[in-house]
Write a protein that binds this ligand. Structure first.
Ligand code: SF4
Length: 216
Protein backbone atom coordinates (compact mmCIF):
# COMPACT_ATOMS: atom_id res chain seq x y z
CA UNK A 1 0.00 0.00 0.00
CA UNK A 2 1.37 3.41 -0.90
CA UNK A 3 2.08 5.89 1.89
CA UNK A 4 -0.62 8.47 2.67
CA UNK A 5 -0.11 11.89 1.14
CA UNK A 6 -1.52 15.10 2.59
CA UNK A 7 -2.79 17.75 0.18
CA UNK A 8 -1.51 21.20 1.08
CA UNK A 9 -2.58 24.51 -0.44
CA UNK A 10 0.29 26.50 1.03
CA UNK A 11 2.78 26.80 3.89
CA UNK A 12 4.35 30.07 4.93
CA UNK A 13 6.04 31.75 7.85
CA UNK A 14 4.23 34.70 9.38
CA UNK A 15 2.76 35.98 12.66
CA UNK A 16 -0.46 34.54 14.05
CA UNK A 17 -3.06 37.25 13.48
CA UNK A 18 -6.04 36.36 15.65
CA UNK A 19 -7.16 34.81 18.92
CA UNK A 20 -5.21 33.82 21.98
CA UNK A 21 -1.87 33.32 20.21
CA UNK A 22 -2.02 36.55 18.18
CA UNK A 23 1.37 38.07 17.59
CA UNK A 24 3.53 34.95 17.77
CA UNK A 25 5.67 33.69 14.89
CA UNK A 26 4.25 30.59 13.26
CA UNK A 27 4.15 28.54 10.11
CA UNK A 28 0.68 28.43 8.61
CA UNK A 29 0.03 25.01 7.14
CA UNK A 30 -3.07 25.39 5.02
CA UNK A 31 -4.65 22.11 3.99
CA UNK A 32 -6.66 21.89 0.80
CA UNK A 33 -10.43 21.42 1.00
CA UNK A 34 -13.31 22.09 3.36
CA UNK A 35 -16.45 20.13 4.25
CA UNK A 36 -18.66 23.25 4.40
CA UNK A 37 -17.89 24.78 0.97
CA UNK A 38 -16.20 23.58 -2.20
CA UNK A 39 -14.24 26.84 -2.41
CA UNK A 40 -15.75 27.62 -5.82
CA UNK A 41 -17.65 30.91 -6.11
CA UNK A 42 -20.36 29.24 -8.17
CA UNK A 43 -21.17 27.01 -5.15
CA UNK A 44 -21.08 29.76 -2.49
CA UNK A 45 -24.85 30.55 -2.46
CA UNK A 46 -25.68 26.95 -1.53
CA UNK A 47 -22.72 26.35 0.77
CA UNK A 48 -23.26 25.77 4.51
CA UNK A 49 -20.56 28.35 5.24
CA UNK A 50 -20.95 31.42 3.04
CA UNK A 51 -18.67 34.16 4.41
CA UNK A 52 -15.34 32.43 3.84
CA UNK A 53 -12.47 34.70 2.75
CA UNK A 54 -9.85 31.98 2.20
CA UNK A 55 -8.59 30.28 -0.94
CA UNK A 56 -8.14 26.63 0.03
CA UNK A 57 -8.53 25.05 -3.42
CA UNK A 58 -5.73 23.13 -5.09
CA UNK A 59 -2.03 22.95 -4.27
CA UNK A 60 -0.79 26.00 -6.13
CA UNK A 61 0.16 28.23 -3.16
CA UNK A 62 3.60 28.83 -1.66
CA UNK A 63 5.11 25.42 -0.78
CA UNK A 64 1.84 23.74 -1.79
CA UNK A 65 1.81 20.12 -2.93
CA UNK A 66 1.21 16.54 -1.85
CA UNK A 67 3.44 15.34 0.97
CA UNK A 68 3.92 12.25 3.08
CA UNK A 69 4.02 12.87 6.85
CA UNK A 70 7.80 12.67 6.80
CA UNK A 71 8.17 15.00 3.81
CA UNK A 72 5.76 17.49 5.33
CA UNK A 73 7.54 17.66 8.68
CA UNK A 74 10.90 18.08 6.90
CA UNK A 75 9.42 20.88 4.80
CA UNK A 76 8.19 22.63 7.95
CA UNK A 77 11.66 22.31 9.43
CA UNK A 78 13.25 23.82 6.33
CA UNK A 79 10.79 26.75 6.31
CA UNK A 80 11.38 27.42 10.01
CA UNK A 81 15.17 27.31 9.69
CA UNK A 82 15.19 29.89 6.88
CA UNK A 83 14.30 32.38 9.63
CA UNK A 84 15.70 30.73 12.76
CA UNK A 85 18.91 28.88 13.56
CA UNK A 86 17.06 25.77 14.65
CA UNK A 87 13.67 24.37 15.63
CA UNK A 88 13.46 25.49 19.26
CA UNK A 89 10.67 24.94 21.80
CA UNK A 90 8.90 28.08 20.52
CA UNK A 91 8.45 26.58 17.05
CA UNK A 92 4.75 26.71 16.26
CA UNK A 93 2.68 25.34 13.39
CA UNK A 94 -0.91 26.40 12.81
CA UNK A 95 -2.90 23.79 10.90
CA UNK A 96 -5.63 25.57 9.04
CA UNK A 97 -7.60 25.36 5.82
CA UNK A 98 -10.10 24.81 4.54
CA UNK A 99 -10.83 22.31 7.25
CA UNK A 100 -7.60 20.75 8.49
CA UNK A 101 -9.37 17.97 10.41
CA UNK A 102 -10.29 16.39 7.07
CA UNK A 103 -6.64 15.36 6.76
CA UNK A 104 -4.66 15.90 9.96
CA UNK A 105 -4.22 12.57 11.75
CA UNK A 106 -2.11 10.89 14.41
CA UNK A 107 0.84 9.91 12.14
CA UNK A 108 1.22 13.48 10.88
CA UNK A 109 0.90 14.92 14.40
CA UNK A 110 3.63 12.52 15.52
CA UNK A 111 5.89 13.47 12.63
CA UNK A 112 5.49 17.22 13.24
CA UNK A 113 6.08 16.77 16.98
CA UNK A 114 9.20 14.70 16.26
CA UNK A 115 10.50 17.59 14.19
CA UNK A 116 10.20 19.76 17.32
CA UNK A 117 7.08 21.82 16.65
CA UNK A 118 4.02 22.47 18.75
CA UNK A 119 0.80 22.14 16.80
CA UNK A 120 -2.25 24.38 16.82
CA UNK A 121 -5.40 23.76 14.82
CA UNK A 122 -8.04 26.17 13.56
CA UNK A 123 -11.12 24.09 12.92
CA UNK A 124 -14.82 24.59 12.23
CA UNK A 125 -15.48 21.95 14.90
CA UNK A 126 -17.60 19.65 12.74
CA UNK A 127 -15.13 16.74 12.63
CA UNK A 128 -13.72 14.86 15.64
CA UNK A 129 -10.08 15.74 16.24
CA UNK A 130 -7.14 13.39 16.66
CA UNK A 131 -5.34 13.37 20.04
CA UNK A 132 -2.09 15.18 20.70
CA UNK A 133 -2.82 18.74 19.55
CA UNK A 134 -1.25 21.51 21.64
CA UNK A 135 -3.80 24.26 20.96
CA UNK A 136 -7.33 23.80 19.68
CA UNK A 137 -9.21 26.77 18.28
CA UNK A 138 -12.81 26.07 17.25
CA UNK A 139 -14.84 28.52 15.15
CA UNK A 140 -18.45 27.31 15.03
CA UNK A 141 -20.36 27.85 11.79
CA UNK A 142 -24.11 28.44 11.62
CA UNK A 143 -25.96 25.51 10.10
CA UNK A 144 -23.23 22.99 10.87
CA UNK A 145 -23.38 20.66 13.85
CA UNK A 146 -20.66 21.37 16.41
CA UNK A 147 -18.96 18.09 17.39
CA UNK A 148 -15.84 19.51 19.03
CA UNK A 149 -17.16 20.96 22.27
CA UNK A 150 -13.91 21.24 24.19
CA UNK A 151 -10.54 22.77 23.44
CA UNK A 152 -8.38 25.79 24.16
CA UNK A 153 -10.23 28.66 22.55
CA UNK A 154 -13.64 29.11 21.03
CA UNK A 155 -13.65 31.91 18.46
CA UNK A 156 -16.99 33.22 17.29
CA UNK A 157 -17.45 35.65 14.43
CA UNK A 158 -19.86 38.35 15.61
CA UNK A 159 -22.63 39.25 15.04
CA UNK A 160 -24.44 36.35 13.44
CA UNK A 161 -28.22 36.23 13.72
CA UNK A 162 -28.12 32.45 14.04
CA UNK A 163 -25.78 32.54 17.06
CA UNK A 164 -26.25 33.85 20.57
CA UNK A 165 -22.77 33.85 22.16
CA UNK A 166 -24.37 32.86 25.50
CA UNK A 167 -25.16 29.43 24.07
CA UNK A 168 -21.41 28.62 23.91
CA UNK A 169 -20.07 29.70 27.26
CA UNK A 170 -20.99 26.45 29.04
CA UNK A 171 -18.69 24.53 26.68
CA UNK A 172 -15.32 23.31 27.87
CA UNK A 173 -12.92 25.97 26.52
CA UNK A 174 -10.28 28.02 28.35
CA UNK A 175 -10.88 31.19 26.34
CA UNK A 176 -13.82 32.67 24.48
CA UNK A 177 -13.11 35.16 21.70
CA UNK A 178 -15.52 37.28 19.71
CA UNK A 179 -14.24 38.48 16.37
CA UNK A 180 -16.03 41.23 14.44
CA UNK A 181 -17.35 39.95 11.12
CA UNK A 182 -15.27 41.33 8.27
CA UNK A 183 -16.86 42.90 5.20
CA UNK A 184 -18.72 46.11 4.40
CA UNK A 185 -20.08 46.42 7.97
CA UNK A 186 -16.75 45.89 9.73
CA UNK A 187 -16.76 49.25 11.55
CA UNK A 188 -20.29 48.71 12.86
CA UNK A 189 -19.40 45.13 13.80
CA UNK A 190 -16.32 46.25 15.76
CA UNK A 191 -18.47 48.68 17.78
CA UNK A 192 -21.07 45.95 18.44
CA UNK A 193 -18.38 43.43 19.46
CA UNK A 194 -16.64 45.86 21.82
CA UNK A 195 -19.97 46.68 23.42
CA UNK A 196 -20.87 42.99 23.80
CA UNK A 197 -17.52 42.15 25.40
CA UNK A 198 -17.83 45.05 27.85
CA UNK A 199 -21.18 43.66 28.95
CA UNK A 200 -20.09 39.98 28.90
CA UNK A 201 -16.53 39.73 30.21
CA UNK A 202 -16.32 35.96 29.65
CA UNK A 203 -15.56 37.01 26.09
CA UNK A 204 -12.47 38.74 24.74
CA UNK A 205 -12.09 40.77 21.58
CA UNK A 206 -10.16 39.12 18.74
CA UNK A 207 -9.04 41.33 15.86
CA UNK A 208 -7.62 40.13 12.58
CA UNK A 209 -4.36 41.98 13.17
CA UNK A 210 -2.67 40.47 10.10
CA UNK A 211 -5.24 42.30 7.96
CA UNK A 212 -4.72 45.54 9.90
CA UNK A 213 -0.96 45.53 9.31
CA UNK A 214 -1.06 43.96 5.84
CA UNK A 215 0.72 40.64 6.34
CA UNK A 216 -0.54 37.27 5.05
S1 SF4 B 1 -15.47 26.38 7.46
FE1 SF4 B 1 -13.73 27.80 7.38
S2 SF4 B 1 -12.56 27.21 5.57
FE2 SF4 B 1 -14.56 26.20 5.41
S3 SF4 B 1 -15.78 27.58 4.15
FE3 SF4 B 1 -16.14 28.14 6.31
S4 SF4 B 1 -14.65 29.77 6.82
FE4 SF4 B 1 -13.99 28.77 4.89
Amino acid sequence: MSEKRYTVKEMYYTLQGEGGQAGRAAIFLRFTGCNLWTGREVDRPKAICQFCDTDFVGTDGENGGKYTADELSKKLESIWTIHNESVTRDAWVVCTGGEPALQLDAPLIEAIHRAGFKIAIETNGTIELPDGLDWICVSPKAGAELLVTSGTELKLVYPQIQFDPKSFTALDFEYFFLQPMDGPDIEKNIVATVEYVKQHPTWRLSLQTHKLIGIP
